[in-house]
Structures are given as C-alpha cells and as structure tokens.
Design a protein. Sequence first.
Length: 246
Amino acid sequence: MPAPAILPGDQALFLSETIGGLDEGAHFLDALAPDEWTRLRAQGRQLSFRTGEAIFNQGDGHGGIFIIEAGDVRVFYTAPSGREITLAYWTKGHFIGGPEMTGGGVHIWSGEALSDCRILFLPAPALKKLVVEMPNFALCLLQGLAAKGRCYSAMAQMLGTRSVIERLAQFLINLGDLHGVRDGRAIIINAKVTHDQIAAMVGSTRQWVTMMMKRFQKDGLVSVSPRHIRIERPHALMEMVSKRGA
C-alpha cells in the first residue's frame, strides 16, 4: 500500500452524487495566453499561509478573490451554535473568496489552509480592471463561476434530497472512487480521514458518524482500522444511495 493520501488528495472534494467534475474549476484560467498570465500576476499580490492559518474569516469584508497556486484549502460555514459544515476542499488552480467578486459585502463562510499555501490575491479594483481590459479573462472568470455554481448546487441537492445516512454512504463511495485500492471485492480507502471530517462533510456530528460506522461494521459493510477504512461490500453501499435503496 502506498502512503495514505491526506484529504483532499490531488483534487477538489465536496459533497456530490458522483466524483465526475469535482476538479473542473481548477482549469478555469487554462485558456489565458502567456502574456495575459503576466498581466494577471502583475495586478495580483502573492500571499503565503502556513498550515492552519485563516485565509479569510466568515464576516470579514470582501476585498477580492484568492487563486490557489500551491497547497490545499478548506472552506466551511460556522453556525451560530458553533457547528461547522465543510463546503469544499479546494486545491491548486481553484479560486476561493466568492461569491462576491468585485468587493462589497462580507464573507459568508471561512477559508483555512490545510497545508502551506501560496496564493495569488486579486484585489477587487484590479479584478474590475482585468475584466474590462481582458475579455478572455472575463470569459475564464465566467467558467470559474459556473464550476463553483455546479459545486454548491450538487451539495445543496445532496443536503436537500438525501438522508444523512445516504450522504454518509455516498461520501464513502466517493472516497473509494478517489482513493480506493482494490483488494478482491473490497475497496480500501487509502486516505487519512477522521470522523470529524466526515461529519462536517455530510452535515452531521462526530458522535453520529461514529455510531453509524459501528453499525456499518456490524452489518459487514465496512471494517475500520487505525490506518484505513475498508469497504467490504461496495455494492451494498451503492444500493443504499440508488433509487431502489432510497
């Protein structure tokens, strides 16, 4: 077994019914020509964040967007009760700091560095200038916004139409698809993931996740070791989230 991946691994991760399209937003600037990249960087500001540092906080004023050039970022919403829900894990190439793009208003969620990050910050005035002067950049930005819209639509659909146990089963399936290693009929999720992380992704509590994972083990669906989660019966989990299982 290779060393376990640390979430999110090498691509973005959010709650979705499939892993297809998880990383579309990482490529929103791919259409820029080299000289356009040079202009973009000249208008931006290079920032560095250490693991665990806040990139922006819920309630802070908007001042622009952040393009991840290296590292991983978790964005999350904190309820008045203190409970958190992870909206997404973002990786290299994605931008964070929306939905406001040109300043005004406040951040409605927070972003923190999961690893040491290098960020290109585009202040709101520079963003407006680039949109006006570089039509190709404006089109790229629309593509990036569309990818973000699909992400949060997928998450809203899961939260609104799936029970929490179905969301848990789907998340385990997705982890198996992303980080799975086949062992006969079983799939070993070769990634470090805690019950706290799972709870924040599926919109539940750590205690509930622990209880359900014990139930899944009792039913022979999964087995859990200190290093891995092993999906013993992948088809049984898939049935839980299929139309027939639902």
